[in-house]
Ligand binder design. Structure first.
Ligand SMILES: [Zn+2]
Length: 290
């Protein structure tokens, strides 16, 4: 595993200048990570999307006259049992902002809101009667409209530190990448980050912002390797080493074409080419029964 991680870094550092991956292995590393749409890393999760998906079910299976649903300014939703009015302040597990409240008074945050099932829900508990110091609230139908803007794009430059559970999730969809393409590209970028850190181009603090909380870059490449192996095995490719040896020459040719990924289109184009290449190698290998 480490051998291949190292191999990629050696091959990439030997590329001519003006190459995205080569820059990750120089003192330009942090600038290149932060200013490009990185191939093979997860998009920032959209918590509004999750709230829209999960709230209807929650409204239908809970007593909305007692329990209450709230959303943080980042879109993360949470409940306040048993009465629906907060009595403790905590930090949002997703963005760190204050959520909850004290003495039944919710913390005021830009888009920190209580969401009601419908107008009847508001009327039943006479919520309109209390102003709660300007605290925002809306019914779910209005929340759907409010979310339209928030759902448009999660694309960010750089790398967003996702939760470990999401990182290892084997059924998630990362743009149009196949599982093998995603794990392969993820393995390559985290190998570069890992060695850039060892070489002193990235600090521990900088690396921490790119990996799931409480993990190390070494753990991430190890996990990527295991999941890549598993994805290949599912496609009846028993030996990841042979697969990599076969794919590396053409993969490097593709990588050489990109000086940067400053636009989403460029990143997507590269990812599509990786998908096509992985497919081609897979078919080739299948026919030769390696
Ligand atoms: Zn939040």
């Amino acid at each position: 595993m480490l051998l291949y991680s190292y191999k990629f870094c050696i091959l990439l550092s030997e590329l001519k200048n003006n190459n995205f991956y080569k820059y990750i292995l120089t003192n330009e590393s942090i600038n290149y990570i932060n200013n490009n749409y990185i191939p093979g890393v997860d998009s920032k999760p959209n918590y509004y999307e999750i709230a829209l998906r999960e709230l209807p079910n929650w409204f239908n299976s809970n007593n909305v006259n007692t329990n209450g649903a709230y959303v943080c300014s980042c879109g993360y939703w949470y409940t306040v049992p048993p009465c629906g009015y907060p009595t403790t302040i905590g930090n949002c597990p997703k963005c760190g902002e204050q959520i909850g409240g004290t003495g039944h008074m919710p913390v005021i945050g830009e888009y920190h809101m209580r969401i009601f099932k419908d107008q009847q829900n508001i009327d039943n508990i006479n919520y309109n009667f209390y102003t709660y110091n300007g605290f925002k609230y809306m019914i779910f139908d209005d929340f759907k409209v409010f979310c339209q803007d928030k759902l448009k794009s999660n694309e960010i430059k750089g790398i967003y530190s996702i939760d470990y559970d999401l990182f290892i999730n084997e059924t998630k969809e990362v743009r149009k990448l196949s599982t093998i393409s995603y794990r392969l590209l993820n393995f390559i970028i985290y190998s570069c980050i890992h060695f850039s850190n060892i070489l002193g181009f990235l600090t521990e603090q900088q690396v921490e912002k790119f990996i799931p909380p409480f993990t190390t870059s070494f753990q991430i490449i190890e996990e990527d390797w295991n999941l890549l192996k598993k994805a290949l095995f599912d496609k009846e490719i028993q030996n990841p080493q042979i697969f990599l040896n076969v794919i590396i020459p053409e993969l490097l040719e593709l990588i050489k074409q990109y000086e940067n990924f400053e636009t989403i289109e460029k990143r997507n184009e590269f990812e599509e080419k990786i998908n096509t290449l992985v497919d081609k190698i897979y078919k080739k290998k299948k026919n030769s029964r390696i």
